[in-house]
Each structure stands twice: as structure tokens, then as C-alpha cells.
Design a protein around this ligand. Sequence first.
Ligand code: MTE
Length: 322
Amino acid sequence: MLIRRPPPMAASEITPEGVYRRRRELLRLLGMGSLGLLAGCGSADSGATPAAADAAPKAALGPFDTDEARTSFEQASTYNNYYEFGTDKSDPAKNAKNFKPRPWTVEVSGLAERTGTFDLDDLVKPALVEERVYRMRCVEAWSMVIPWMGVPLATVIKALQPSSAARYVAFETLHDPQRMPGQRQAVLDWPYREGLRLDEALNPLPLLVTGMYGRELPNANGAPLRLVVPWKYGFKGIKAIVAIRFLESEPLTTWKSLAPDEYGFYANVNPEVDHPRWSQASERRLAEGRSLFNARIPTLPFNGYAEQVAHLYQGMDPKTLY
Ligand code: MTE
């Protein structure tokens, strides 16, 4: 995981402004009252920000949004970790350019009432998409501020009705070396795998993301569906998800199985627990007005989301939460 400067953004990957504006208008028109009806398959009660509020101008922040300076779209979509398309930060924007993220299905299996193969829009309903401006802290000690667009993971999970025996949820990336050239090399044990404890997954913060900056999710950022868990290191944010499984025991996850001394299952951002090869006390913030080589800012426990999530880990040794 080296840090390099990104090349400029390819114009072909930018969704026209008109499409973005129409989507925002749709979100504005959908009042909070319509959300329950549109959910169609169960409760939409996730503690989520009402869609109407999200469609308001930048100034109207939701309860979980940060007002810190944002990373530019160009930076966020050209400086990526996505080993399925190469190991250099600039590889995914170039090598994923022609990846076709639609049509897309997600296979749901394991300990839940509703399992099977879902078309993406039936699982992560476009009508429920909201914007969340989150900090993203990579384990490599750089960070960004990104306006994501997605549906709370809790909303999607509740609709799938996991059974009482389910304690974890696991995610898997597409495995298709034809379409993902990085998978032709044994860089990782493909497919990329991630997971959360079910109570973490049901917290209001995690998002199943289909867009960012009011646009479709760029391929380099994990189109058409990726996870964002803002209090954890970025590697928990698995991209191009094709499978969701409800399990009784902790699933195998990619980075933990590759280097268990360096990357844990929990991966909660913690400035006091250093990576064996570098400090986690501070980070380089890639945001407007800053560059990668600007002064560091202090890293916050749980990436600044302690109030929302610290209770999930009461009684656990912080060392086991890395
Ligand atoms: N998901 C897959 N499938 N493959 C990857 O290599 N990299 C992870 C995560 N999700 C990765 C992945 C890492 S290390 C990080 S920091 C984030 O994606 C980066 O997300 P971004 O490129 O949108 O900033």
C-alpha cells in the first residue's frame, strides 16, 4: 500500500450535471412520509436522515454529516485502492474505465428469512438513497471527506429479516478475472471478502453506497455497490459487492487472513493502536485546499464517530478491535 499522486480525472467518467440535478430533485420531492411506502419490503426505520433534508443545499447537514472541507471528486475518484484493477493508486481509474457495472445482481444467503438473487435496485432501492458526508480514514494514514449516496445498511438488512441465530454479515466482491484484470495475479486471495458483526451492521452509520457527489458511483470507487463504514479503516469498505451472507460465526476477511498481525476483523480507527509498520496517531487529509503532503491532522478515536458507536465495544479490549 504505497502512497502516490493521482493523475487527472477522465472526463468520460463524470456523470452529466443534468442527471445529478434530476436525481436531487427526485430526492427532494420524496418526503419522509413516502419512504415507508417506497421501502416495500419492511421497515425503513434506521435512524436515517430524511431524504428531503439531504436534497437541501450543502449548508443543511444531516445529523451524521461532517462540515469539514471536502475532498474533490477528482481526487476521490482517481486516488484509489482497488486491487482488482491494479495495486497503484492511479490504476483503478484507468483500468476500470470500461467495466460494466450493470446489470448487477446480489446473492443473499444464510441465516435470513429473505434469501435469493436480487436485482441491485430491488435490494438497494434508488428511492431510499440519501446523502451522507463522511470522513474516510485509510489504514495507510491518509483520509478524505466524501459525500456518499446510498441506503443505510440497516434498512437493507432489516428488509432481509436475519434470523435470531445470525450474528455476523459477510460481503463478497465479484470474482471475474475477465472483467477485473487485477484478479489474474494472485495479489490477494480472491474474491475480496469483508464482514461486520450484525449489531455493527445495524448501527445507523454504515451505508450501502451506489453514488457519490450526487453522481453514479465511479467504477474506481466500487460501482455499482460498495460498503462504507465510517468509523473503521477504509479496507472494510468492500467494493463491487455480489454476495451478502448472514452467519453465526465471524467470517474470513481478506486483509486479516493475509496479514493478521497488521489488519484485524474490527479495524476500528484508533490513534492509540499503531500499525506494526507506522503510527496511526495522525493522518494526511486529502481535501480542498490541502494536498497529500500537507501537515498531518490528529486521528480521532473511531474516526470521530465515537458518540455513535463506542457503546458497541463496551467491555472489549481495544487491542482486539484493531
Ligand atoms: N474492495 C475491493 N473489492 N478491493 C480492494 O482492493 N480496497 C479497500 C476498500 N475496498 C479494496 C476494496 C481499501 S484498502 C480502501 S482504503 C478503500 O476500498 C478505498 O476506497 P476508495 O478507493 O473509494 O477511496
